[in-house]
Design a protein around this ligand. Structure first.
Ligand SMILES: [Fe+2]
Ligand SMILES: [Fe+2]
Length: 366
């Protein structure tokens, strides 16, 4: 069995080589680390988990609605395309849209793993290299979890979206060491985190998708903290012109990402009227709201790390997300971590109860 059999459209070539720039940096200073980064590194080590064990993979998943979402949240819900579709076609739309979304998470996670490994290589200080090494492992686990969910439970995989491809390319091409942080940790992961959050909160309680998303989000809360600590220090030392370049990158990337979650590939694959579907998705109030919500993690972080010049603020105003600069990112991250812990607690209680039932049955039998 190979992933090749699961692709809706087999990518050719079947691999992707991205020319990457930036020097590999060594340091001979092994002692002086920033306390906040070192404690984050410690936390990264303490909170490692095994995707094969922590997630209950024995659970049944309906491949036609793998996340278990209500129809009201389907991007085409209420459209003429949705209303005229029979149940079999609607089921297909559910499966493909959710499969497409998780596929982008999967490829994005591989991008995150590659970027985290690149940060290990190019970042000057040992404390950041240490932390990025734990993150590389976290991202490997995320790839593992999304891949298993898609292949085993959904049964299909979509190729990487072209906007995600070009964003990853820009991020990796750049020789400045802070760019993988900014492109990956702040922008791509920030966007993904907001999307994970929506799906985690809407997924059926106790479902497999909810577990995968909650556990991945627990790790991502640390990754965001890493980006914030490292970039805040660094950006405060840059010249106005240097900061301006980063702000330009943020603006371009944010406009690009607004186009990432349209899912045209799904309409093409299902032989639907791509233009009519795209038009619906572009103008549906629910989708407009969803797209602006995707910036709820990015905007406060961009502000926090000091990339809050005119260009960025104007773009965020234009996108209608400027007010998100006031969101309390710290408490959002804390809530993500708590949700994962609560799921663990609920599972432990359920396992305990199952054991008690087994014991009672055994006692009755003897
Ligand atoms: Fe990740
Ligand atoms: Fe991450």
């Amino acid at each position: 069995m190979t992933t090749r059999d699961k692709y809706t459209d087999v990518p050719a070539p079947f691999s992707w080589e991205v020319p990457s720039a930036g020097d590999a940096r060594f340091t001979w200073e092994y002692d002086e680390g920033r306390a906040r980064l070192l404690s984050l590194y410690q936390k990264g080590k303490d909170k490692q988990w095994d995707a094969q064990l922590r997630v209950d993979w024995t659970q049944d998943v309906d491949p036609m609605n793998p996340i278990g979402l209500p129809d009201e949240f389907h991007p085409l819900f209420g459209s003429p395309m949705w209303d005229s579709a029979d149940e079999a076609h609607r089921a297909q739309m559910r499966q493909h849209f959710q499969g497409w979304q998780f596929s982008q998470f999967l490829h994005g996670e591989q991008g995150a793993m590659v970027c985290a490994a690149k940060i290990v290589e190019v970042v000057p200080d040992l404390d950041a290299k240490f932390y990025a090494a734990t993150q590389t492992m976290d991202e490997a686990r995320h790839v593992e979890a999304f891949s298993r969910f898609l292949q085993e439970k959904v049964g299909l995989v979509y190729p990487i979206n072209k906007h995600l491809t070009s964003l990853l390319e820009d991020t990796l091409h750049d020789s400045r060491w802070d760019m993988p942080y900014l492109g990956m940790q702040v922008l791509i992961e920030g966007l993904a985190l907001a999307a994970f959050g929506v799906l985690r909160d809407m997924a059926a309680p106790g479902s497999l998708a909810k577990q995968v998303l909650a556990y991945v989000m627990q790790d991502e809360a640390r990754h965001v903290a890493f980006g914030r600590i490292s970039l805040k220090d660094y950006y405060s030392q840059l010249t106005e012109a240097e900061r301006g370049e980063r702000e330009e990158f943020v603006v371009d990337a944010c406009y690009l990402m607004r186009d990432r979650f349209r899912g045209e590939e799904v309409f093409e694959t299902l032989d639907m009227d791509v233009e009519a579907c795209s038009e619906w998705v572009n103008t549906s109030p629910l989708m407009i709201q969803f797209r602006s919500h995707l910036f709820s993690r990015i905007v406060p972080i961009v502000k926090d790390i000091g990339l809050w010049g005119d260009k960025v603020q104007t773009a965020f105003r234009d996108m209608g997300v400027h007010d998100m600069g006031g969101f309390d990112i710290e408490s959002m991250m804390k809530a993500d971590e708590d949700q994962a812990e609560e799921l663990d607690k609920a599972h432990a209680e359920m396992a305990e109860r199952a054991l008690e039932v087994d014991q009672v049955i055994a006692a009755g039998a003897s």
